[in-house]
Design a protein around this ligand. Structure first.
Ligand SMILES: Nc1ncnc2c1ncn2[C@@H]1O[C@H](COP(=O)(O)OP(=O)(O)OP(=O)(O)O)[C@@H](O)[C@H]1O
Ligand SMILES: [Mg+2]
Length: 224
């Protein structure tokens, strides 16, 4: 049994009377602790794939088992619980809350879950140090650079210690050096915290720096 088993996943969109078949039988296994890059042309379905395995969108058909548990068979409450407990997302746009500081943004998921306040802030501080932002904790997102905001988003995604981290072009808007810095950070987090991660990127060179490389094309996922 693999950590994550995806079997024959299909997903289509219907818009203005037209059907777009985006995922057409995606199957793959991901083992615990793997760090996987996912590349593919714009519009190939990479974000859709991350949303479906992250349970933000439901598939038309298919199965997924996470540590043996059939995720697509869970009811709404179980899925929400699974998503909150096990999955961390980093989106291309960071979606930080503009009126809160970096520290508050990273502490937020734990506070929402009613974790002890002191503990939530202690963890948030440690994570921000980990991503090299000890000097920016009191900055609001508008007072951070793009790369810094992306690192805050990564720290926030890690705040609840997700078993699976899904990152959608976390370096999309960044200069090459900052982008490489984020990828290095993902490799470190993967190695040191043992987080399993799938990272979508358009940067083929960064993709090749990941231990395992996948490509989405023709609605399927195959080794890159
Ligand atoms: N909500 C939606 N309704 C209709 N069509 C959609 C919807 N979301 C995505 N699509 C279509 O599905 C296809 C796959 O989109 P997706 O965002 O997964 O691509 P992607 O591989 O992430 O592309 P990019 O590299 O540009 O981010 C696209 O052709 C897109 O137009
Ligand atoms: Mg996308």
């Amino acid at each position: 049994m693999a950590f994550l088993e995806v079997r024959n996943v299909y997903k289509s969109f219907f818009l203005h009377g037209k059907r777009i078949d985006v995922l057409r039988g995606v199957s793959l296994d991901i083992e615990q602790g793997e760090l996987v890059s996912l590349v593919g042309a714009s519009g190939a379905g990479k974000s859709t794939f991350l949303h479906v395995i992250g349970t933000l969108e439901s598939p038309a058909a298919g199965e997924m088992r996470f540590m043996g548990r059939p995720v697509f068979e869970m009811n709404d409450a179980e899925v929400a619980e699974f998503r909150n407990r096990s999955i961390g997302f980093v989106f291309q746009s960071h979606f930080l809350l503009p009126e809160f500081t970096a520290l508050e943004n990273v502490a937020m998921p734990a506070l929402i879950r009613r974790t002890d306040r002191a503990k939530a802030f202690r963890t948030a501080r440690e994570l921000l140090e980990r991503v090299g932002l000890s000097g920016r904790m009191e900055h609001r997102p508008g007072e951070l650079s793009g790369g810094e905001a992306q690192r805050v988003a990564l720290a926030r995604a890690l705040a609840l210690k997700p078993a699976l981290l899904l990152a959608d072009e976390p370096t999309g808007n960044l200069d090459p050096a900052t982008g490489e810095g984020i990828h290095q950070l993902l490799r470190d987090v993967n190695r040191e915290l043992g987080v399993t991660a799938v990272v979508v990127t358009h940067n083929e060179q960064l993709a090749r720096s990941m231990p395992r490389q996948l490509r989405l094309a023709g609605g399927r996922v195959n080794p890159a």
